[in-house]
Each structure stands twice: as structure tokens, then as C-alpha cells.
Design a protein around this ligand. Structure first.
Ligand SMILES: C[S@@+](CC[C@H](N)C(=O)[O-])C[C@H]1O[C@@H](n2cnc3c(N)ncnc32)[C@H](O)[C@@H]1O
Length: 270
């Protein structure tokens, strides 16, 4: 994975939160929140919290008096999250790499992570860290995107960009967000990190955007795909966005857009 795949900075955090979160992340944040709330944690850690989509959903589902630490590798993502959720004294925002958690052993009842595991270069190490900071009966709740063929707008964007960059098409979407979706590999990685009781399920949903342009801005400008496009030709970001919008409009029509999305959701205990 190129280093740029994990950099969510510059214009990306604001566009990610404004466009991408409502389009594909919010619906899965509600699912994570339901699962976390059912576990009634007193101390909760979130890793790869991004701009706080899950943090907002989980905080709304939990009572006063709990301790909730929300972390992410990229400070600019957490800055958006903290700004959107100021004044909740249950939450501490902290920069942290999921592979090197700055917490004591057995500090948390639950660790949650939404669409972050694909970005960890060493997942067994990250899962080992989660296991270490969880209490003995604690639970790790997380999700990853399923293969790109089951996530139609991301797939259409990837195919459309091959037209603009035929010699070296940007492959961020395939390589990273949709690059960790083999359930047997996920199970094996968790077992190698020491988890034993592992439930894995597939969860399809529908993503919605008000227009093809909106979906194209979300995908091309609100993710590290933006950096990959700009690395090829900094002047072509708008052209790339327009080509993706046109491809989505051709498939879905000129009005609001709907497309299948699919995730894999995992609950693991030690
Ligand atoms: C697709 S976003 C998901 C953000 C958020 N969980 C959500 O649902 O909107 C992936 C997040 O992983 C973070 N990330 C990437 N590498 C990481 C690492 N090694 N440790 C912790 N977070 C990481 C990125 O900064 C980004 O916020």
C-alpha cells in the first residue's frame, strides 16, 4: 500500500465528512452503534474514528458516565470530528496509530473501528493491540468494505478513471478500501492475534446521493483517490471528477443516485 493511501489531510477531511459520510458511512455507523450499545460498555475505545461518523452515532446510543476515547492516525480528521461533537464530556479525542495504541493493557470493555482495518499495513499487529487493550471478556466490533463489485459507485468511478489515465489508472479504491474482504483471511488474522470467538456477517445497504456530481465529488475529492489523481496530473482533478460524474449519470440517470454498497461486519472476543 503506498503511504499516500492512509493520508486524510488538506481538503479531504471536510469533503469526506460533508459528502462521503452521508453517502456511504452513516448507515453503517448506525449498525456499529447498535452493536456497541448492546454490549453496554463503561470504557470504549474507537480506532480510525475519522471525522466521527461512528462516534456521533455511538455517543447518542450510550448513557452518561461512560468513558469514550476516539482516536485516528490523522489529526485533521479528528479535528473535524471534535468540532462537530464539542461539549460531550464523555469523549476524549486522541491521535493514535491503530498498530501502536497508547493505552494500558485491559483498559476497555469494547473497541470499535469502522472501515479502518483496510488501512493498517500490519493487521495482525493492529488486532494484537486491540486484544491487549481489551479486558478479558471484551469485544472488538468492526467492519470492512466488501469487494468493489458489490459497491457499485466506487466500481463505476474506478472504471471511468481508466479512460482518463489509460496507462496508469488510479487503483486506490480496489487496492485499499476494497482490498481486505476475504472472510477466511479476516478470521485467520484475528485468530493469529489471539481472538477465538469470531462472528462474521455480510451486510448489504443502499447508498444515496442527490446527484451524480455529488457522488463524483465524494469519491474523487473526499478520499485519498484525490491524491492519486493529483499525483498523475494536479490539473486534472476537476476533469477526473467530471468523467466520473458523467459515468454515474449515464448509469443512474440525471437525478438522485442510488447504488448497492456492501460491508463485512465482525464481532470478535478473546
Ligand atoms: C475510511 S476512513 C473511516 C473513518 C471513520 N471510521 C468513518 O466511518 O467515517 C479510514 C480512517 O482510517 C484512518 N487511518 C488510516 N490508517 C490508520 C492507522 N494506522 N491507525 C489509525 N487510523 C488510521 C484514516 O485517517 C481515516 O480516518
Amino acid at each position: 500500500m503506498p503511504d499516500t493511501d492512509k493520508v486524510f489531510a488538506g481538503s479531504i477531511p471536510r469533503l469526506y465528512d460533508e459528502y462521503l459520510v452521508p453517502m456511504i458511512f452513516a448507515v453503517y455507523a448506525e449498525d456499529i452503534a447498535r452493536r456497541v450499545a448492546a454490549l453496554s460498555p463503561s470504557a470504549l475505545l474507537e480506532i480510525a474514528a475519522g471525522t466521527g461518523a461512528v462516534t456521533r452515532a455511538v455517543a447518542a446510543a450510550l448513557p452518561r458516565g461512560i468513558r469514550y476515547v476516539a482516536t485516528d492516525l490523522n489529526e485533521p480528521m479528528l479535528a473535524v470530528a471534535a468540532q462537530r461533537q464539542a461539549g460531550d464530556d464523555r469523549i476524549t479525542w486522541r491521535q493514535a496509530d491503530g498498530m501502536d495504541l497508547p493505552f494500558a493493557d485491559a483498559e476497555f470493555d469494547v473497541v470499535c473501528c469502522q472501515f479502518g482495518a483496510m488501512f493498517f499495513p500490519d493487521r495482525i499487529r493492529a488486532y494484537g493491540e486491540v486484544k491487549r487493550v481489551l479486558k478479558g471478556d471484551g469485544t472488538f466490533v468492526f467492519n470492512v468494505w466488501d469487494r468493489i463489485e458489490d459497491n457499485v459507485l466506487a466500481q463505476e468511478a474506478t472504471v471511468a478513471l481508466e479512460e482518463l489515465f489509460p496507462d496508469d489508472p488510479p487503483r486506490f479504491m480496489v487496492r485499499t478500501p476494497h482490498g481486505y474482504c476475504d472472510k477466511s483471511v479476516i478470521r485467520s488474522d484475528l485468530e493469529r492475534a489471539g481472538f477465538r470467538d469470531i462472528l462474521i456477517e455480510t451486510r448489504p445497504e443502499i447508498s444515496r446521493a442527490p446527484s451524480a456530481e455529488y457522488a463524483a465529488i465524494a469519491l474523487c475529492q473526499g478520499t485519498p483517490l484525490r491524491s492519486e489523481i493529483e499525483a498523475r496530473d494536479a490539473g486534472k482533478l476537476q476533469a477526473a471528477t467530471d468523467i466520473v460524474a458523467e459515468a454515474i449519470r449515464t448509469r443512474h440517470g440525471p437525478g438522485p443516485v442510488e447504488g448497492k454498497i456492501q460491508a463485512i461486519v465482525i464481532e470478535a472476543r478473546g
